[in-house]
Design a protein around this ligand. Sequence first.
Ligand SMILES: Cc1cc2nc3c(=O)[nH]c(=O)nc-3n(C[C@H](O)[C@H](O)[C@H](O)COP(=O)(O)OP(=O)(O)OC[C@H]3O[C@@H](n4cnc5c(N)ncnc54)[C@H](O)[C@@H]3O)c2cc1C
Ligand SMILES: NC(=O)c1ccc[n+]([C@@H]2O[C@H](COP(=O)([O-])OP(=O)(O)OC[C@H]3O[C@@H](n4cnc5c(N)ncnc54)[C@H](O)[C@@H]3O)[C@@H](O)[C@H]2O)c1
Length: 469
Amino acid sequence: MSDEFDVVVVGAGPAGENVADRAVKGGLTVAIVEGHLAGGECSYWACVPSKALLRPVDLVAEVSRVPGLTMGPIDTAAVLARRDEAVSHLDDTGQVEWIRGVPAEFVRGHGRLDGPKRVAVTARDGSVRTLTARHAVVLATGSAAAVPPVPGLAEASPWTSHEVTVTGSVPARLAVLGGGVVACEMAQAMHGLGAAETTVLARGGLLGRMEPFAGELVAASFAEAGITVRTGVRVTGVERPRPGGPVTVHLSEGPPVEADELLVATGRRPATGDLGLETVGLEAGKIVEVDDSMRATAVGDGWLYAVGDVNGRALLTHMGKYQARVCGDVIAARAKGGPDDLPALRDTADAYGAPQVVFTDPQVCSVGRTEAEARAAGFEVRVVEYDMGKVTGAYLQGEGYRGRAKAVVDERRRVLLGVTFAGPAVGELLHAATIAVTAEVPLERLWHAVPSFPTVSEVWLRLLEGYGL
Ligand SMILES: Cc1cc2nc3c(=O)[nH]c(=O)nc-3n(C[C@H](O)[C@H](O)[C@H](O)COP(=O)(O)OP(=O)(O)OC[C@H]3O[C@@H](n4cnc5c(N)ncnc54)[C@H](O)[C@@H]3O)c2cc1C
Ligand SMILES: NC(=O)c1ccc[n+]([C@@H]2O[C@H](COP(=O)([O-])OP(=O)(O)OC[C@H]3O[C@@H](n4cnc5c(N)ncnc54)[C@H](O)[C@@H]3O)[C@@H](O)[C@H]2O)c1
């Protein structure tokens, strides 16, 4: 068995798998190394299980807004069973078969760089196989939950996204540390599935990276649903005297919170701590910075690439896969000595601001820049906002539809810099916004993209009218 390949990919999450696929399509041989399960975080402990848990909760909220319809209580055991199916019972046989069918060589084990173009793979039995790359090594090792250094927190064995997404039972009382996407989605899912006392502890507001109204609408909906949100609080200490027993969370203000489980959702750290980065002059534990062709900027000779969460550009599966397509194609182009600067061979999407859907009720989705980001970047900005509940299509979705839309316009070029929607099921509106923002469609042209009546998409018309068209 040869241990030399054109390309060696470390990490078989969505990003790594897509690099392998594109590089093979480009005529190269590829080995892909995976230390745990092929499919990565996304398939087993992130996107897929979290959305499987959220779907029934979302549906209950939707149905409750339609007069004449009622739904019985959620059968939590059935939801958890479907989630187990969605994560293939944590068995990656199907993913490994897909990789072998690419065809790429699948190598199970922990990969570490061992100097330029070399990856040493340690198998579970301790044996080491060294792979050599003729053209490129691609790091696609993703990220892991970051646990802040709060006194007593690590000792209390808190849940992270890893435990909450595949939990076999729902605690009656759940405390959630953080106010970002994981915190909001998982608080909603767990509460809907039976965590009657769910408390979100956020040092700022909710969804702080998005337009302020997004977090405000989610907070209002959480309050109505009975989820407690305590904003502007810092966790000063955590106690769990008995393993598996109740946990007490002490806060900078107000009474402590007692819960059966504590979920830490305070962001991610790149999975580069034990990757041999130091053997090629990079710092362990840091993101691997890349240029727009995904090539590591701080490594000579251009053989090292990094895609997905590990490069810190956009911690989203679809963006990691997009970067992977660019990366696999550009490596193939360079290996053949062909032109490597065609538009398809550069990541230009990340610079606009990645599209993202937060699957809470209401959903929140955005693409491009927020107003604050656009102003900070020096654009001449004008914003238009609209109450989505006034759109006929939204009214027809159910009673008390609450939502908001905001468009951020570059006044000089009269194109959209960013769009945010918050409201039930707005995620499906996002791709139109992504096209408008990334294709820089002039507003005068967008005016001729007529939304169908009576769809929620008529909000586009209202935004453009609000702008003055
Ligand atoms: C709870 C949660 C929900 C999310 N929901 C969404 C969502 O709805 N939509 C969305 O777009 N994004 C979502 N994300 C983000 C998404 O999961 C990540 O952006 C995505 O998984 C990144 O893909 P990746 O391939 O870069 O890394 P990963 O999916 O983390 O895969 C990396 C792989 O590399 C392997 N690996 C690491 N180090 C080594 C090594 N040294 N040797 C061998 N193998 C190694 C790991 O075992 C893993 O399989 C969510 C994240 C979380 C935490
Ligand atoms: N639907 C989706 O697209 C989806 C869902 C889940 C996760 N993700 C991705 O996963 C990534 C990670 O999500 P996340 O929610 O963990 O991160 P995040 O960056 O979205 O939110 C982190 C939260 O933790 C808080 N925080 C950070 N450090 C803290 C500390 N020391 N003490 C208290 N609070 C602290 C922040 O203020 C913020 O509210 C996101 O960047 C997102 O891209 C996406």
